[in-house]
Write a protein that binds this ligand. Structure first.
Ligand code: ADP
Ligand code: MG
Length: 603
């Protein structure tokens, strides 16, 4: 048999490798902006056309490149930022992998113009599919301009995976915002389809935040600042009133690098405990500074995750810092908050940072002892509380007195239900002649509302009821992009929403049947759930919105229903086309036959 293994041609190998780094226009935006920052630019322009699909261009006034470097920078693993693997642990630049430009050149058509201050002429290079097409001297200002055109022009399959312009633009604005927040001293602008979208003047972090989100935040931000020998944190957290149902304005940076960390997000949320409603999210922009040797930045292709030497200590520190700030601004009643005493001993609270201290500190060693001493305090919480079991045995759910005498029982087409009992205010037990149904009340209600809305909106739009006092909804630019995408479907569903400019929308009407008591949060939650809808499930915008509305308006677990409500719920459920499942496919009920029960008891 013939041998079968061949080496891939370089351009194909590059295309494959590019898949890790460049997934969409916004990935290129991130890489190009970071390169401009690394080049020491004080002014950076971002220009996009067609949500970056046809053009992403970044122009900076940074250090520029020599003729040779201009050619080299498109090679894979070509970087000026590290030389040895050791350097990875002292990294202060955003880039270090030397992959971004090689990846971009593999999947698009690139034009580079660059000039160093000390050179008389600059260099122009045109490259596509990893092949240099032209290179010549050119008269250009100091700095660099890189234009990435027609992303994935040579990989139609990947081009087809790109989302609508609104979605891709939202990702771009998000990346722009992250870099803009991390470097408030740099002037940034964003132009989309020849329209200026943002001009961010250099200033303080707070000024940058107000430029991005509006002056209404002026008095709603709490300063966070804690310094210790091993790590510092600074930034702003929103006062509890800024908490929104939609996630979005939460930014966490480590050594100015934006990172995604659900674990540390939880630390911050937990600091707000009891100050904001359970399912809402406070705004924050926080910067953690830590010795680069204590983190590993090389664990994620897009550099969005990092590994800490000890994540628990960071958790405790972040939580304590935010708590402390909330307390200082008399948001919490007293300093005596409900924290593990071990956390109150944290340097963040105990020891102010001084330059002397930093010098004398053997950071690594102390850090480690400190770590070991306090490692255990999070684990405790997750232990099962024994009283749960005690209650379980001592207090079996009592059958409600009324349930056995259903005076005004409603008729059920099928199956015939004799009686309904509540269980933990979360489940219903519906008894029939030969079985019982254990019904999840929320799942069941979701199913009912879902089918009702589907039915109502089948042929004609769902009628809208004008609100007496139209509510105004101020969104972030990113959320506004989502809103634009879903407005037509929302209107079909009975929400009259009018754009008012500046990412502001006015809610003029709501579907009276479904949302009798409207407030902004209905739309906020819709946006939130829409954004986080499982991307693997291919369903229409309308379907997503209906599912989300059904979930929102369904009775939640823990809600005590009246007898009438219980009966109505069970009756409506069994009138559904697909009563057994909630819209998301989770079971709405489980049936236990009498025979099964007998068998369980060995009868
Ligand atoms: P990395 O940023 O990881 O080093 P890139 O592929 O993004 O890798 O860039 C390769 C190299 O090209 C950089 O190390 C830098 O020397 C040079 N470079 C890229 N963009 C710029 C720019 N805007 N200005 C100056 N030099 C740049
Ligand atoms: Mg780079």
């Amino acid at each position: 048999m013939a041998d079968v293994i061949t080496l891939l041609p370089e351009n194909i190998a590059n295309q494959i490798a590019a898949g890790e780094v460049i997934q969409r226009p916004a990935s290129a935006v991130k890489e190009l902006l970071e390169n401009a920052v690394d080049a020491g630019a004080t002014e950076i322009q971002l220009i996009v056309n067609d949500a970056g699909k046809t053009l992403v261009q970044v122009i900076d006034n940074g250090c520029g490149m020599s003729e040779t470097d201009a050619r080299m920078c498109f090679e894979r693993h070509a970087t000026s930022k590290i030389k040895t693997i050791e350097d990875l642990f002292h990294i202060r630049t955003m880039g270090f992998r030397g992959e971004a430009l090689a990846s971009i050149a593999a999947v698009s058509q690139v034009e580079l113009k660059t000039k160093r201050k000390e050179d008389a002429a600059g260099t122009y290079i045109e490259i596509e599919n990893s092949v240099v097409l032209r290179q010549e001297p050119v008269a250009v200002p100091d700095g660099t301009s890189i234009a990435m055109k027609n992303l994935f022009f040579n990989i139609p399959a990947r081009r087809n995976f790109l989302k609508s312009d609104a979605v891709e633009m939202r990702h771009i604005v998000e990346e722009f915002t992250r870099v803009g927040l991390a470097f408030p001293a740099i002037r940034f602008s964003l132009t989309a389809n020849h329209q200026p979208l943002y001009l961010l003047e250099p200033g303080s972090l707070k000024q940058r935040m107000l430029q991005l989100w509006g002056n209404s935040y002026q008095n709603k931000l709490i300063t966070i600042k804690e310094e210790t020998d091993y790590l510092n944190i600074y930034g702003f957290a929103g006062k509890p009133e800024t908490a929104k149902r939609t996630r979005g304005d939460q930014y966490f940076f480590v050594n100015r690098r934006y990172i995604k960390s659900p674990y540390l997000h939880h630390a911050i949320l937990s600091a707000y405990q009891d100050l904001i409603p359970a399912d809402s999210h406070p705004l924050y922009v926080l910067f953690l500074e830590i010795d680069p040797s204590q983190i590993d930045v090389n664990v994620h292709p897009a550099k969005q995750e990092i590994k800490f030497e000890d994540e628990k200590i960071i958790y405790a520190f972040v939580q304590a810092a935010v708590r402390h700030a909330l307390a200082q601004f008399s948001i919490t009643p007293s300093l005596d908050f409900d924290l593990d005493p071990a956390i109150q001993q944290l340097p963040a609270i105990q020891q102010p940072f001084t330059d002397d201290k930093r010098k004398e500190a053997e950071a690594g060693a102390i850090f480690r002892t400190f770590t070991q001493k306090h490692q255990a305090h999070f684990i405790e919480k997750h232990k099962m509380d024994p009283s749960v079991w005690k209650n379980f045995y001592e207090k079996p759910a009592p059958a409600p007195e009324s349930a056995s005498s259903p005076s005004e029982r409603l008729e059920f087409p099928s199956p015939e239900i004799f009686s309904v009992f509540p269980l933990h205010n979360t489940y219903l037990i519906a008894q029939t002649a030969n079985s019982f149904f254990l019904i999840h009340q929320q799942a069941a209600h979701e199913r009912i509302l879902y089918e009702k809305m589907k039915q109502a909106g089948k042929q004609n739009p769902i009628p809208s009821q004008r609100t007496l006092f139209p509510a105004t909804l101020e969104l972030s630019p990113a959320d506004a992009a989502v809103m634009e995408e879903i407005i037509p479907e929302l209107q079909w569903l009975g929400f009259l929403i009018e754009p008012f400019g500046n990412n502001t929308y006015i809610i003029q009407g709501v579907p009276g049947d479904i949302t009798p008591n409207p407030d902004n949060s209905v739309i906020e939650i819709l946006l939130e759930q829409y954004k986080h809808f499982n991307p693997d499930i291919k369903v229409s915008v309308k379907e997503k919105l209906i599912r989300s509305l059904a979930r929102q308006h369904a009775v939640k677990g823990g809600t005590k229903l009246s007898e009438n409500e219980m009966y109505k719920l069970v009756q409506d459920l069994f009138r559904c086309e697909t009563p057994a499942f909630a819209p998301d496919g989770k079971p709405a009920y489980i049936e236990f036959s009498k025979d099964q029960l007998e068998a369980m008891f060995g009868r």
